[in-house]
Design a protein around this ligand. Structure first.
Ligand code: AMP
Length: 278
């Protein structure tokens, strides 16, 4: 696996690959890799001749009181995992390398102010800015994103459409622990008792899917789900909302929607979502 830290070096490498006729798959991450990330790497390796993974904890997508400084950085473990998956290239730029004297950025559209955008102001502008920079640096044919961050995935697809990026976005299903908890680098922050309670998010989304199938209204499901979590665990609900798969309003007539949840366990904010249909 080749490792690059400098933009001009990885750009040269990817130009060389393209000139040789390779298809380039790209998996952007913030590291602390788990099976969720690795499922994207495998998907890329299955579709593309060369797979590039980036690890960059992007400072501009974190708010002032969020976990930027304590975000886990087990770089050697991550490198070993990627070696095992036969990733071809790893890009690990510093913040200085990525941002220098940056003045310009991408502004996300109206779907960035709902769900996570309500409590994480400017988060999605930071995500779209770093993703567009990485697309310009690597010029991948395909880029792989998890449905775990469904709002992010939707906003990235919209950016690619609106700004005419050439890359094709591939969405990949959520990988879960055996008890249903969605894998996340932030799960490592949970205490033992919080970890024991956290699968209530998945269980509540599953109940919500059942209620939706039975014709219960989205508003009623949102209310019941919040109550279920707060009465049966120490979880504090940031939001539980139902939207359609394009993040537009869902009504009682809608056939296919998605239920989204963000729940705090202590200081750790976990997100998850599930498709619901009739
Ligand atoms: P992150 O390192 O959290 O920025 O995530 C990097 C990529 O991995 C994003 O596209 C995420 O949606 C994806 N990802 C994170 N957790 C999971 C999971 N449990 N299942 C599938 N994809 C995931």
């Amino acid at each position: 696996m080749k490792i690059f830290k400098k933009i001009n070096e990885i750009r040269r490498e990817s130009e060389k690959l393209r000139a040789a006729g390779e298809t380039i798959g790209f998996v952007p991450t913030m590291g602390a890799l788990h099976e969720g990330h690795l499922s994207l790497v495998r998907r890329s390796a299955g579709m593309c001749g060369k797979t590039v993974v980036s690890i960059f904890v992007n400072p501009i997508q974190f708010g002032p009181n969020e976990d930027l400084s304590k975000y886990p950085k087990p770089l050697q473990i991550d490198k070993n995992l990627l070696l095992k998956e036969k990733a071809d290239i790893l890009f690990i730029p510093s913040s200085e390398e990525m941002y220098r004297n940056r003045e310009t950025g991408v502004t996300s559209g109206k779907h960035s102010s709902i769900l996570c955008g309500m409590s994480r102001k400017n988060h999605f502008d930071g995500v779209l800015t770093v993703v567009s920079k990485l697309f310009n640096i690597i010029s991948p044919d395909f880029a792989f994103f998890g449905e775990k961050d469904y709002q992010q995935l939707t906003l990235i697809k919209k950016m690619v459409f609106d700004l005419d990026f050439k890359v094709k976005i591939v969405s990949c299903p959520i990988v879960r622990e055996r008890d249903g908890l969605a894998l996340s680098s932030r799960n490592s922050y949970l205490s033992l008792s919080e970890r024991t309670e956290a699968p209530i998010i998945y269980n509540t989304l599953s109940i919500a899917a059942d209620l939706f199938r039975k014709g219960v209204s989205p508003e009623e499901i949102e209310k019941l789900s919040k109550k279920t979590i707060e009465e049966n665990s120490k979880g504090r609900v940031d939001y539980i909302k139902i939207y359609d798969n394009n993040l537009n309003q869902c009504t009682i007539e809608s056939k296919k929607c998605r239920v989204f949840a963000a729940v705090f366990f202590g200081k750790t904010r976990l997100i998850d979502n599930m498709e619901v249909s009739k």
